[in-house]
Ligand binder design. Sequence first.
Ligand code: PLP
Ligand code: COI
Length: 336
Amino acid sequence: MIDWAQLPFAYKQTNKNTRCVFRNNEWEDVQICTDETINLHMAASCLHYGQECFEGLKAFRGKDSKIRIFRWQENLKRMNRSAKRLSMPEIPTHVFEKALITLVKENQEFVPPYGTGASLYVRPLLIGTSAQLGLNPADEYLLVLFCSPVGPYFKTGVKPVKVIIERDTDRAAPLGTGNVKVGGNYAPALATTQKIQELGYSSALYLDPKEKKYLDECGPANFFGIIQNTYVTPESASILNSITNMSLQDIAIQLGMKVEKRKVLLEELAHFEETAQCGTAAVITPIYEIYDPLTNIRYTYGNSEKTGDVCMKLYTTLVRIQYGDVPDTFGWNTIV
Ligand code: PLP
Ligand code: COI
């Protein structure tokens, strides 16, 4: 028996995954697979030259028992931007849709019950599989979609966390791959994450890699701040365009707020009334303290016990749409 309400954000075995091979310049049929492993050539381009990109999206079970997948079309668009950046073939909509809907249907019993706060996380993965010794793109690729029932990414759930400004490393280069979702952005951040977690922080907040004057994003999520009924979020060429963030901007407008997506100076941290991280895994994770080790300044927002009113309102509105508690006026959900 799964204790749904206590689920961590971790891999859990389900029934099936779905796969599709790209070979001879075309996508073959989507296959259903029970094997959790991939048999890979040791010279596969994903292993040596990092021809790998991935996505993360969620499916939710509503009070009506229906399963809703949130904005998968946006994940496909972003995955195709990532694929293009790494010289990998783009995935046609019908291939991705079939792989996704089949995956969710085959694993229905792993979509957590309504009211547990948990959801089914779907992880699409695209890798170059053919043997490549010279630095050239592979000619064969594998798309895999697997899933796992998950609880909150940060142990505190929607309770506020502490974040630290990272100055020793960059997550991405100015014209690098920070704006796409490729494994190469994440492995170099693992040591930083470990370091800051040992110091009691949940995430690193990265600055723009060129001038170190502006806010970029957190390790696994985008950043936003609230000031005078305005939702402010960084615009930068080196951050991932978060689908949660896009959705929150639409929700903020619907709630009568203003939205500013622009360069955000580090000093502006002193003026925000509330700040938070947002992403598929993080949902909205409010921040109550941001520490800058260079200046020794601690920017604070409320306390660790209470989520700010605006963050709470944005959070509730988003999850109500995702679980189907309110009409999906934006047309974001696909009912399976
Ligand atoms: N930023 C980074 C670096 C991420 O890995 C993620 C997670 O996908 C996000 C932001 C949030 O994006 P999304 O809301 O599309 O999940
Ligand atoms: C997501 O939010 O979907 C992500 O991919 C973030 C990841 C670091 C767990």
